[in-house]
Each structure stands twice: as structure tokens, then as C-alpha cells.
Design a protein around this ligand. Sequence first.
Ligand SMILES: [Mn+2]
Length: 312
Amino acid sequence: MAFEADGFYLGHNEHIKRVTFDQETQQDRMVAWCKKKYPLHEYYRAAKITRALRPIKSEEEIALMQKAADISVVSFKRVLQACKANIKEFELEAELTYNLVKSGATRHAFQPIVASGKNACALHYNTNNDVCNDGEMILLDFGVCYANYNSDTTRCFPVNGVFSSRQKEVYNAVLYCLKEGSKLLKPGVLHADYEQQMAKLVETQLIQLGLLNANEVAQQNPDKPLYKKYFMHGTAHYIGLDVHDIGLYSRPFEAGMVLTCEPGIYIPEEGIGCRLENDYLITEKRTINLTAEMPIEIKEIEAIMAAKKTWL
Ligand SMILES: [Mn+2]
């Protein structure tokens, strides 16, 4: 749970479930009851301790996160096979939910985002009630909660099963950033440095895509970098008991941490929004992609979409 100055956030879709401190919560009532019943006890906040503990995962926790990731892999393949022109976004959401229940998962980690075409450019779109049109690309951002541990993944794929040349260009640009950027998730790296390097990677890709001009970028105001027009969010957060798990971002990366990596490029004027997101476990020797089995290469995705529908 990420704390803010004037309230706290619950879960992934924070903008919806914002709770302010002047509202009494169940937890407030429990604390008041406890103090009344046991007045001689001394009371301290545990948050300081758990904030330091939670970013470092034990083997048992990692196993549960891997299970959540594995369920999400099967869910994604199901969505790919169900997808076709004119299907509704919520029909694809239903495929996720079906597999979630079937797999014995606890719940969605958050309300899934199934965003076709330009909807993918609205970062927290989750009404999921639009028609997926032939020729559009879909952005699917979803997570599985298994035994209270979460996965958080994003994939993009073409409604009709074949990427257009422009969709391929944008997709490969984001995939490049994911592959290069995730290499920075290793012990000792500072989150702020990682984000800065990721921004540089995306900026270079935006120039190659013809969306930014190299000369203008060279002369840009560093306080208002031009890339923010097409890429306007952070790309690594702790994940675990919460999708956006608690932990200090001033703390250098350490073995045992699990972080997402999620670069994106959003071009509303072209009706294309693309983000790719995996969950990475940092270890001393190497960084392990817990979501490695989720198809991400264009060829892989097109092949699954073209294959005979085995489960519909
Ligand atoms: Mn995420």
C-alpha cells in the first residue's frame, strides 16, 4: 500500500479507491477496540518494520508469485485464441476471469485493462466495453492474485491476429526498451537511475519512430523532456502482497526484490498505445523473469492467434 501525504491508496486502480484519513476504517475501529481492551500495552506502528521487510521475498513468497505468474500465462494464451474482429473488450476480460477461477486463483490482482485501439492511450482505462475493431491493437494489462501474492503483466496484440507494419515498429521499439531496461534491474542500482536510463531508451526509440526530432530533443528543457508526450509513467514498482507493493524507492535494488518493468509508447493520433510488462526477481547472480513463459515476440503471438482454437 503506497502512502501519500493526504490519504492512502488501496490496490492498483488507486484513482478509484482513494480513501482519506478523515474516514474511519475497519482498521481504525480495531485499533481503538484493542487499546481500550488492553490499556496497559504499548502500541507502535509496524509499518516501519514491514516496509523494510516486504521488498525482500522469501523462497516461499517467490513460489507463490511464480504460481500467480504461471496462471497469468495460461490466461493470456486463452485471450489470444479467443480474440477476433468485433469482439467486445469485456469478452476478453471474461476469458481471463474464466481461467482465474479454473486455476484456483484468489482473484484478479486489479480490474483488468482491456483497451483496444486508442483506448490504450488512456492509462487507467478499464471500462472494457468497447468493440475491438479489425486493424486495431489491444493493450491487455492484468494481474493474478494467488494466495495473496500478485503478478502484474501487460501484453499487446492485434485484433485480427496480424500486426500492421506501424504496429510492429512501435511494438518492437517498446520490446527493445523492455529487454534493455530490465537488464538494469540488478543489485546496487538506484531506482531513480534506472528510471532515467529507461527514459533515455524510450526517447531514442521515439526519435527513430519519427515522433520526436533529434535536434529538438538535444535542445529540450531538461525539466520538460519531450518524450513525456508519448511516455508519461514510471516503469518499475515493487510487487508482492500488493500489486504496487510497499517499500522505499530510495533503497538500492537488492537480491530478493521483485519489480515490474513496463515501458510504453502511446500515440493517440495514430490510435496506438503499447506497453509491455514483466515481473523480475533480482538475485545476486542474475535477474529472473517470473513471466518469461508469457509470449512476447511478435512471431509467437501471431502463431498462437493463427492456431486452431483448442478450447473454445
Ligand atoms: Mn505494473
